[in-house]
Write a protein that binds this ligand. Structure first.
Ligand code: FES
Length: 136
């Protein structure tokens, strides 16, 4: 195979990969969190005040920026889609893949490379149960 033909084939393969990636966009597909809407996703007693916890199973981050004020965000990082792994000692939501950090009170980006905030979800507290709200 000539060099020109070899590079042409490689370019076509790359375009196919890009095309496949575009086709697997999240648009229109159910979100992992949809499966747990209306269910208990955490206990208030498990979420530290002024910090939060990652619920890996449900791809959620639950935070409590102020006493009794619970918030939920998607744990899918807006940079490249890693599952966020931790809420740091500095009380930021932290993605270890490339170092992005998000605010526990708003989900806004505090440190890139991510540029978009985390998706927010509504929660309702019933006793000590934190219930992920149904579709808004
Ligand atoms: S995927 Fe989270 S910082 Fe890159």
């Amino acid at each position: 195979m000539s060099r020109r033909r070899l590079f042409g084939a490689a370019g076509a393969a790359g375009a196919a990969v890009v095309g496949a990636s575009a086709c697997s966009s999240a648009e229109g597909r159910p979100k992992p969190q949809d499966a747990v809407r209306g269910t208990v996703v955490a206990q208030t007693t498990d979420i530290p005040e002024g910090s939060g916890k990652v619920i890996v199973r449900d791809k959620l981050v639950i935070t409590q920026p102020k006493k009794g004020d619970f918030r939920a965000y998607s744990a899918v990082c807006t940079h490249s889609g890693c599952t966020i792994q931790e809420v740091t000692e500095a009380d930021n939501i932290h993605c270890l893949c490339h170092g992005s950090e998000f605010d526990i009170a708003t989900g806004e980006v505090l440190k890139g490379p991510a540029t978009e905030p985390l998706e927010k979800f509504g929660v309702t507290v019933k006793g000590t149960d934190i219930v992920l709200d149904e579709d808004e």
